[in-house]
Design a binder for this molecule. Structure first.
Ligand code: NAD
Length: 528
């Protein structure tokens, strides 16, 4: 495979894919022959990137059958072998980055550095879990019911089959990074990527096979979530869902009916707090990345900003000026700070939010307009002031390059306003490191970044990441991010005396011996 299969990199708009590459990737989808094809389109010019099959419920069942058949042999392999596959995958993803970035940009219209961020995240996830799976998964001695007499060990067995439903906004990392720990834990995976971005997911999966993953273990089905979601959930033992809160509720109900576990990584309306003791130059640059990475189509990006009164009149004009100067461009050059929005729906939603706010009295400090001169779905990075409750974007997620700035009296008001939301995904605080870290624990969100936009917490792969409140259920990353794909099992071996009454001992006597024993245990600190 070479980058010659795509438009040349470095200057131009990528895609459509070379037919040979598109055909090879589409062939990875599990679909009966003759299924209708569906095209994915480049956001920057509407060109057809390639076509994949429109799968049916029968295809999902076949994908599940194949992955299930491959899973037992995979789970029986030594863990070190499974980890070696992921370390090879890490290297391949970095080696093939030009082509992966081109495909990702072609399908999403995002700027190159945003595409690179997700590629780096895939590599980091593969390395982290390959290096720590043994620690997370190994059988662990637990305190037994009775000291010395009960030997208790916790085991972790693979669930079996894991379903992954992923969105279009980070189509590379969200297609495979949650699957990596599932695979390492010994599971098979069936992935349903978003219909807008199948090829980015497929190129990531193809490299897994090249790294040595058994072909049948990882299955991909393409098509509409409304059609494929239910049969997918019907035939797996765990669901990893990333997408909107509305869809999260639908899949949660379906998982509940089947009594299977699930994680849902959902929407946000993430706040940034800028306090008087912040380094304002760094805060301006941080805010640019926080609000406009991936054109604001980032679940953990900032849409609300609370700035302390003492620095508001210095920070906000400097931020607005920097936003006005941002470099917007399509194409594969590295210098674009922001690219296109992904689809007409996203574009319409962003424009509707800004127009509604402006019509109701919000002031535009920067941006606020479409940019058809750059591409049909370009929208300027936008800063609004004077946003009030009756405006749609005040509380609803825009999921685009729009931020509302608000003046606050002090840190207490900033925390109170930050927490005044149904969501709880991410937050960013700019202050002295110590004060910022203290305030962070008062914010009800799954991650809080101090003096950073979002990457410090997200890329701390050893620590859990996920949403509180309507932003999600469960966590990815860290121990939770792999153990959720396992069934915990407790094996307790009782030696010598039984836990119940001993033969011949009167029950009343047994109760008094136990009572004395329990009192003794409480007084013996090393036995807890
Ligand atoms: P979406 O919920 O519409 O779609 C996400 C996925 O769900 C797609 O693959 C889609 O095909 C599928 N889907 C749609 N209807 C379904 C159904 N009835 N049953 C099963 N699957 C179905 O979300 P979207 O609008 O494409 O993505 C943007 C949203 O995702 C935003 O709200 C964003 O905040 C959120 N998001 C969250 C995270 C996170 O980690 N918390 C990451 C990325 C995106």
């Amino acid at each position: 495979m070479s980058t010659a299969e795509l438009a040349p990199t470095g200057t131009t708009t990528p895609g459509p894919l070379d037919p040979a590459l598109a055909g090879r990737l589409a062939a990875l989808v599990t679909a009966a022959p003759g299924r209708p094809r569906q095209a994915s389109h480049a956001p920057v010019d509407g060109a057809v990137i390639g076509e994949v099959p429109t799968c049916t419920a029968e295809d999902v069942a076949e994908a599940q059958r194949r992955a299930r058949a491959a899973q037992a042999e995979w789970a029986a392999r030594p863990l070190a072998e499974r980890c070696a596959v992921m370390l090879r995958y890490h290297d391949l993803v970095l080696e093939r980055q030009e082509q992966i970035l081109d495909v990702t940009q072609a399908e999403t219209g995002k700027n190159r550095v945003s595409a690179f961020e997700e590629l780096a995240d895939v590599a980091m996830t593969a390395r982290y879990y390959a290096n720590t799976a043994a620690k997370h998964l190994r059988p662990t001695r637990r305190q037994g019911a009775l000291p010395v007499l009960t030997r208790t060990v916790e085991h972790h067995h693979p669930k079996g089959l894991v379903g992954v439903i992923s969105p279009w906004n980070y189509p590379l990392t969200l297609a495979v990074s949650d699957a990596i720990p599932a695979l390492l834990a010994g599971n098979g995976v069936v992935l349903k990527p978003d219909a807008q971005t199948p090829f980015t997911a497929l190129i990531a999966v193809e490299l897994l096979f090249e790294a040595g993953l058994p072909r049948d273990l990882f299955q991909v089905v393409t098509g509409a979530g409304k059609v494929l979601g239910a049969p997918l959930i019907e035939g797996v033992e765990y669901l990893m869902f990333t997408g909107s809160t509305a869809t999260g509720r639908i899949v949660a109900e379906q998982c509940a009916r089947r009594l299977i576990g699930f994680s849902a990584e959902l929407g946000g309306k993430n706040p940034m707090v800028v306090l008087a003791d912040a380094d304002l130059d760094k805060a301006v640059e941080g805010a640019i990345r926080a609000c406009f990475s991936n054109s604001g189509q980032l679940c953990i990006s900032i849409e609300r900003m609370y700035v302390e009164d003492a620095v508001y009149d210095r920070f906000v004009p400097a931020f607005a000026e920097r936003v006005q100067a941002m470099r917007l461009a399509a194409g594969t050059t590295w210098d674009a700070e922001m690219g296109s929005l992904v689809s007409q729906d996203q574009f319409d939603a962003v424009r509707a939010h800004v127009d509604d706010a402006v019509a109701k009295g919000a002031r535009v400090l920067a941006g606020g307009k479409p940019r058809p001169d750059l591409g049909p779905l370009f929208y300027e990075p936008t800063v609004l002031e004077g946003v009030t409750e009756e405006m749609d974007l005040c509380r609803d997620e825009t999921f685009g390059p729009v931020v509302a700035v608000t003046r606050v009296r002090d840190a207490d008001e900033a925390v109170e306003r930050a927490n005044d939301t149904e969501y709880g995904l991410n937050a960013s605080i700019w202050s002295s490191p110590r004060r910022g870290a203290e305030l962070a624990t008062r914010i009800r969100s799954g991650t809080v970044n101090v003096n950073e936009a979002y990457a410090a917490a997200w890329a701390s792969h050893d620590a859990p990441m996920g949403g509180m409140k309507d932003s999600g259920v469960g966590r990815r990353h860290g121990a939770e991010g792999i153990l959720k794909y396992t069934e915990s099992q407790t094996v307790a071996v009782q030696r010598g005396l039984p836990i119940g009454p001993m033969p011949g001992l009167p029950l009343e006597k047994y109760a008094s011996v136990m009572t004395a024993g329990l009192k003794l245990l409480k007084r013996t600190p090393f036995l807890k």
